[in-house]
Write a protein that binds this ligand. Structure first.
Ligand code: NAP
Ligand code: 12T
Length: 358
């Protein structure tokens, strides 16, 4: 007997990648169910060559579901994830809604799979930018300790969903084919669908991902700070982020500066990263080898290169970290969490519901 797995948000940029990851999963699968909004009812999507009808996400949709992968926005998770748990499913939630909830483990399996052991029905998948940084930095933290992290991201538009991809392609077309000045391109979504103003992303770089918080950092930047501390189980790690959207379709890149607690020889750092599961060292500047977004697309690993000592700070190290934001950053990390849950014998109904039914 295998599991019934539900994908909530199956029609989205992340959901469609979840379906692909499930086609290749080691999980014993009995049935895959695809859920989205009422708008998608009547449509079908293909799983292993088989047409599956999209169902509407409702409070009663989760009977018989063992694992529910949620990727349909924070509001959808807030409303329906507790009902999925009530119906006996384990939820892997890709949205930011539950990530800081003390009852919810926040998991990158290579880093803190053990945190799942105490789950109460919902496990959160971290933000895409945090996940790839954790895969690269955990081998360093384990051996030399981490005092601080300063990161600037170069994030792909697919992180903002299927409509942001369409907006970017539309702007490129307008500019190249119709000759529209980049300042006058049609912008309705980016930098954030929820904010008042919208700016073109084509031929541009936008230092805003998600809305601004009241400390002048964006929510995306504060996710990197808070999630790092929770995943690494260390509130003392200092983390400041600047998150930037660039006109790349998929593959987030990050320029990361760290200060270790103990001195870390660069050759040992490279070896530690090369030996860490999920990380790939791509660092041979003599031959111009370094991670690139276009090469990371379609891969599950996180690629690390340009590793070098800071010129002044004793324990300072710089590096360049790249991963497919829709795979390790979302769909693969979620399916990998489901595989780890299975391997740890943690796919089972939760008796006492601690999450509010809305
Ligand atoms: P997307 O391409 O815009 O897709 C949104 C999906 O959510 C669609 O399947 C949509 O279904 C569904 N949906 C919207 N409203 C719904 C509702 N009321 N009930 C049920 N389903 C609903 O967005 P995406 O890029 O796939 O991202 C989806 C979510 O995943 C985001 O909101 C975010 O919370 C999360 N995410 C996480 C990460 C990460 O860093 N881990 C990265 C990207 C996204 P219809 O087609 O029927 O509208
Ligand atoms: N706004 O789930 O716009 O925390 O790239 C992930 C990606 C939120 C999240 C993005 C976002 C999340 C984005």
């Amino acid at each position: 007997m295998g599991y019934t797995v539900a994908v909530v948000g199956a029609t989205g940029a992340v959901g469609t990648q979840m379906i692909k990851m499930l086609e290749e999963t080691t999980l014993p699968l009995d049935k895959v169910r695809l859920l989205a909004s009422a708008r998608s009812v009547g449509k079908t999507l293909t799983f292993k060559g088989q047409e599956i009808e999209i169902e509407e996400t409702t409070e009663t949709a989760f009977e018989g579901v063992d694992i529910a992968l949620f990727s349909a926005g924070g509001g959808t998770s807030a409303k329906f994830a507790p009902y999925a748990v009530k119906a006996g499913a384990v939820v892997v939630d890709n949205t930011s809604y539950f990530r800081q909830n003390p009852d919810v483990p926040l998991v990158v399996p290579e880093v803190n799979a053990h945190a799942m052991d105490a789950h109460k029905g919902i496990i959160a998948c971290p933000n895409c930018s945090t996940i790839q940084m954790m895969v690269a930095l955990e081998p360093i933290r384990q051996r030399w300790g981490l005092d601080r992290i300063i990161v600037s991201t170069y994030q792909a538009v697919s992180g903002a969903g299927a409509t942001a991809i369409q907006e970017t392609l539309g702007q490129l077309h307008e500019a190249v084919v119709d000759g529209v000045d980049p300042k006058h391109l049609t912008a309705k979504i980016l930098p954030s669908g929820g904010d008042k103003k919208h700016y073109p992303i084509a031929f541009n770089a936008l230092p805003q991902i998600d809305l601004f918080t009241d400390n002048d950092y964006t929510y995306e930047e504060m996710k990197m700070t808070k999630e790092t501390k929770k995943i690494m189980e260390d509130d003392a790690i200092k983390v400041s982020a600047t998150c930037v959207r660039v006109p790349v379709l998929s593959g987030h890149s990050e320029s990361v500066y760290i200060e270790t607690i103990d001195p870390a020889p660069i050759s040992d750092v490279k070896e530690a990263i090369a030996n860490f599961p999920g990380a790939v060292l791509e660092d041979d500047v003599a031959n111009q080898i370094y991670p690139q977004a276009i090469n990371a697309v379609g891969r599950r690993e996180t690629f690390v290169g340009r590793i070098r000592k800071d010129l002044d700070a004793e324990n300072g190290i710089h590096m360049w970290i790249v991963s497919d934001n829709l795979l390790k950053g979302a769909a693969w990390n979620s399916v990998q969490i489901a595989e780890s849950l299975h391997e740890r014998g943690l796919v089972r109904p939760t008796k006492e519901l601690v999450f509010e039914l809305k």
